[in-house]
Structures are given as structure tokens and as C-alpha cells.
Design a protein around this ligand. Structure first.
Ligand code: SF4
Length: 315
């Protein structure tokens, strides 16, 4: 597995011992979508990412986006976040393709084959991201390119290590098992969240076989990012009937040194987190239905994506 998966696995094992003590109430599982509090009071479907990004305590961001159709100004951070998300997904798909087409090769042979493809994958990723975010300066572009190379190499080295570990533990492994041992089983899992009032085509960064959802972030650590895991857990439970007990947020940074660094936030998607997320969903649906500006909070955090809009003459 990747992006520091060994560390995540250790943290998950530690948390599992608490899981039976903490428990998760059955009425807060996603499959209870036809009963409150999981049942949405309104028909409106909202994306998990918008509900979970609680920069604005007044939810004015939701009013601006959903009622006035005003998107937040594009920023370098958004561009970088999109590039890294797309790139991680492309690299993992390519890595699986290499194993399926080459068979059981060693980690070093895998790395040699995969590194040849990296530049093409980065170019494709940039083309895709630039089509959506065209206003990035040359300097910023170069910074994200450097970060992308670091990130790609890191992922491939980690993948090569995972392949060697699997080969040495299971000398008779077949290709299919190798892929599931060495890589996350599903990236960009598509989930229909409509049963619990969420968008019809949610995309979960990584869905792991240990009953955990993984979300990848490229900015600063924020407590409210955990809401995304609650939203995805409820949606997966509702649509697929599988319990999701754990959430993982991987914060990726390429700002310092030659190697990317990661912060792993691993937690139980417990009752409190689920209740808070459902309250946010209900409040946001009501806000959009009423269509009235909730106004600004006492203070706007500078890192809010709408900061320049709300704190200008037009906002
Ligand atoms: S800038 Fe302030 S009012 Fe506007 S969305 Fe952000 S926190 Fe809310």
C-alpha cells in the first residue's frame, strides 16, 4: 500500500482495539437512510466536499455557491490539490497496469518500467488540470511540477518496496493477489450518496479493505476534514451496506526537501462525528431551500476560499 500505508496500518490496528469500546450506534449507520437522523429532511443533494469544508461557521460559502452560483476564486492551492489528486490516481492505475501486463516482476524491475511513464503521466495530469484552472503563473506551474516529480518517485519507490515485500512473504502469489497486496484496491471509488442526501456521484479517494475510507489533502491540517470521512462512510454504508468504521486523512506536502512528507490522521468515524456531519447536511439543505444570505461570521478565516470575494466591495 502507499503514501505511508505501513504507518496507517499500525494506527488502524491500535484504533481497532478501542473500536469495540467506542461502538457506533446502529441508528447512525448509513443503511438507516429511511429513518432520522440519517434520513435527509429534504430532497436536495449536496457534495460531501462542500459540506465537509467548514471554513465558514455561518455557511455563507454554501449560500454563495448553491444559491448565487458563485464559485470561489481559483487559487494556486486548488490547482496543486487537483494535480496531486489526479496524479496519484493515474500513477496507481498505471502501476497496476504494469503488474498485470508484466506479471510477477521484482520491485526494481517494476520501478524501471514505471519511471519511464512518469513524465507522460505528469504531462497528461497538467493538461487536464490546466483545462479547469487556466490562470496559473509560470512560477507556480514549475513549483507544482517539481512537487509532482517528487511525489511520483516516492509513490513508485514505495510501490517497489511493497512488491518486494509481497514477493518475499508469498513466493507463490499470483498477479491478481500481488496487485491487491501492493496497491490500494480502489482509487476514486464512485458512490451514489443520494440515499443520505449527498451527490449521486461521490468520489472517494481510496477505499480500503479494512473498512476505512481515505481522503487525500494537500493543504494544512484542519479538524473539519474529518467530516468528509463521515459523509463518505454514510454514503458507502447506505449504498453498499458495508460498515465503515474508520477514516484516514493523508496530508501530502512537497514543500520541503527532495521527499514528500505526510501527516496521517486516523480516527474512528464515531457517533459524534456522524451526528455533526448530519446536522451540517440538514442545516445546509435548509439554508439553500430558504435562499437567504446568512451573513458573515464575526471573523472570516484568511484561508477561506471565499475570503477575497466576501471581503471585497462586491462581497
Ligand atoms: S469569507 Fe467569511 S463569510 Fe465568506 S464564506 Fe468565508 S468565512 Fe464565510
Amino acid at each position: 500500500m502507499l503514501l505511508g500505508w505501513n504507518i496507517i496500518k499500525k494506527k488502524i490496528e491500535n484504533l481497532r482495539t478501542f473500536l469495540s469500546d467506542v461502538g457506533i450506534s446502529s441508528d447512525l449507520r448509513g443503511w438507516e437512510y429511511d429513518r432520522p437522523p440519517v434520513k435527509p429532511a429534504r430532497q436536495l443533494l449536496l457534495p460531501v466536499s462542500e459540506l465537509a469544508s467548514r471554513y465558514c461557521p455561518a455557511m455563507r460559502d454554501i449560500f454563495l455557491r448553491r444559491v448565487l452560483s458563485i464559485q470561489p476564486p481559483k487559487s494556486f492551492k486548488m490547482f496543486r490539490g487537483m494535480v496531486y489528486h489526479l496524479l496519484i490516481s493515474k500513477i496507481l492505475i498505471e502501476a497496476k497496469r504494469i503488474i498485470y501486463s508484466s506479471g510477477l516482476i521484482s520491485g526494481s524491475d517494476f520501478y524501471e518500467k514505471a519511471i519511464e511513464k512518469v513524465q507522460t503521466l505528469i504531462d497528461l495530469t497538467f493538461d487536464e488540470a490546466l483545462r479547469r484552472y487556466g490562470n496559473i503563473s509560470q512560477e507556480e506551474l514549475e513549483e507544482v511540477r517539481r512537487g509532482s516529480v517528487k511525489l511520483s518517485k516516492y509513490i513508485l519507490i514505495e510501490a517497489a518496496y511493497s512488491i518486494n515485500s509481497a514477493l518475499s512473504r508469498f513466493p507463490h502469489i499470483n498477479v491478481d493477489s500481488m496487485v491487491s497486496e501492493a496497491f490500494p484496491p480502489v482509487t476514486e471509488l464512485k458512490v451514489d450518496g443520494s440515499l443520505v442526501g449527498l451527490s449521486r456521484e461521490l468520489s472517494v479517494d481510496i477505499y480500503s479493505p479494512v473498512g476505512a475510507v481515505v481522503d487525500i489533502k494537500t493543504g494544512e491540517v484542519r479538524e473539519f476534514h474529518r467530516y468528509a470521512a463521515a459523509g463518505y462512510a454514510l454514503a458507502i454504508e447506505a449504498e453498499k451496506g458495508i460498515p465503515i468504521d474508520l477514516g484516514v486523512i493523508i496530508y501530502v506536502s512537497t514543500d520541503l526537501g527532495d521527499v514528500p512528507s505526510f501527516v496521517h490522521d486516523v480516527f474512528i468515524v464515531d457517533d459524534e462525528l456522524r451526528r455533526e456531519f448530519l446536522e451540517i447536511r440538514d442545516e445546509a439543505q435548509l439554508l439553500v431551500e430558504r435562499g437567504a444570505d446568512p451573513g458573515k461570521p464575526a471573523a472570516c478565516p484568511r484561508y477561506c476560499p471565499y475570503y477575497s470575494y466576501c471581503n471585497s466591495d462586491v462581497g
